[in-house]
Design a protein around this ligand. Structure first.
Ligand SMILES: *Cc1c(COP(=O)(O)O)cnc(C)c1O
Length: 375
């Protein structure tokens, strides 16, 4: 029997919280408190409290959160920011946008996060920051990154877009470096009903700067200290997200349970040598924003699963050093071999919290069928 399993089922989540989200959104409409105000402020306070940090600033998107962090450290054309090429576009796109250069290091083949061993060798006089990405919901090696950053006086901007409430040695992702940048894009583990993002900071001066930059750099209306932009989080998003924040712990636990079930089912099917499952580091609390396996004949497996009604995704088919729009950075295709290999071999399986054991079993059964038939 065929069971349909989409990669993501946002309606399944919505049905469970509809009776809480709808009155919260209606309240905004009825009060017409549509820009900033109480809805945004109370969501920001709830996030800062949840992540045990000092300040959270609601912004338009995860991409803009990264741009704001770079603006806050006065990134100039020609400056360099060290990051990974195996990530969503925005990580390097935000750097490019400010005229700076993304200096890539390769990834660790097990965690897919930055290979911290390569960072020091690419630091130059122009380096201003390190931008680690907590890919797929697991934190990068922050101890090593902070040590290097301190030694070379670099800012650390965490791209925590995939890692809300992931932990590193008990600290929340996005509260470890100077800046934590989050996305509330609907597919993220904490997703809005549209676009949204957040910057978290600990330093009151950085807070003040980002707070102003978010709203055209003004200290009070029509008096501008600096040139920022319109980076304000929408009040309707804030209201919906505040409702969802109360469920986040439960959802993250469900994601972790799904991951544990997949790993067990894959072992029970005798597939552990064919399907490399994610490895959770002991110092990390992985929240599995994605569940990414590494396999041979990835594209064929993806097509086979699609035929069987199972949605999967490739994060990311073309590493950023090979993107046509970054041509001027002059990276060679064969650079960063682990990023290239991951792009060709990894596949994300459905991991959303509402996934049932029947669905997970069905998926692993179909993977087994594929490798039995065609090997
Ligand atoms: C989603 C994502 C972003 C961008 O977030 P948006 O809200 O879509 O702008 C940035 N970095 C990473 C790693 C992401 O996954």
């Amino acid at each position: 029997m065929e069971i349909k399993v989409p990669l993501l089922d946002l309606k399944a989540q919505y049905r469970k919280i509809q009776d809480k989200i709808e009155p919260a959104v209606l309240e905004i409409l009825r009060n017409q408190t549509c820009i900033l105000g109480e809805p945004v402020k109370s969501f920001e306070e709830a996030c800062a409290k949840y992540c045990k940090t000092s300040y959270a600033i609601g912004v338009t998107s995860g991409t803009d959160a990264l741009i704001l962090a770079l603006l806050a450290i006065d990134i100039q054309p020609g400056d360099e920011v060290i990051t990974t090429p195996y990530t969503f576009f925005s990580t390097a796109g935000s750097i490019y946008r400010l005229g700076a250069r993304a200096v890539f290091v390769d990834i660790d083949p097990v965690t897919y996060n930055m290979n911290v061993q390569q960072i020091e060798s690419v630091i130059t006089a122009k380096t201003k920051a390190i931008m680690p990405v907590h890919l797929f919901g697991q934190c990068a090696d922050m101890d090593a990154i902070l040590t290097i950053a301190k030694k070379h006086h670099l800012a650390v901007i965490e791209d925590a877009a995939q890692a809300f409430a992931a932990l590193y040695r008990g600290q929340f992702a996005g509260t470890i470096g100077e800046f934590g940048c989050f996305s509330f894009y609907p597919s993220k583990n904490l997703g809005g009903v549209g676009d949204g993002g957040m910057v978290m900071v600990k330093d009151p001066q950085l807070y003040d700067k980002i707070f102003k930059l978010r709203n055209h750099g003004c200290s009070h209306q029509y008096f501008h200290e600096m040139v920022g932009g319109n980076f304000r989080l929408d009040a309707i998003q804030a209201a919906a997200l505040k409702v969802k924040l109360a469920y986040l712990e439960e959802w993250n636990q469900a994601r972790r349970q799904n991951a544990a079930d997949y790993i067990r089912l894959i072992q029970e099917a005798g597939l552990e040598n064919i399907v490399k499952t994610p490895v959770a580091c002991p110092e990390c609390f992985h929240i599995y924003n994605q569940f990414v396996i590494r396999v041979e004949r990835r594209d064929q497996l993806k097509a086979f699963l699609q035929e069987k009604g199972i949605g999967t995704a490739v994060y990311y088919p073309l590493p950023l050093h090979r993107q046509p729009c970054f041509r001027s950075w002059n990276y060679k295709e064969e650079e960063f071999p682990e990023s290239n290999r991951a792009s060709a071999e990894t596949l994300a399986l459905p991991i959303y919290p509402e996934l049932t054991i029947e669905q997970k079993t069905y998926i692993v059964d179909r993977i087994r069928e594929f490798y039995q038939r065609k090997s």
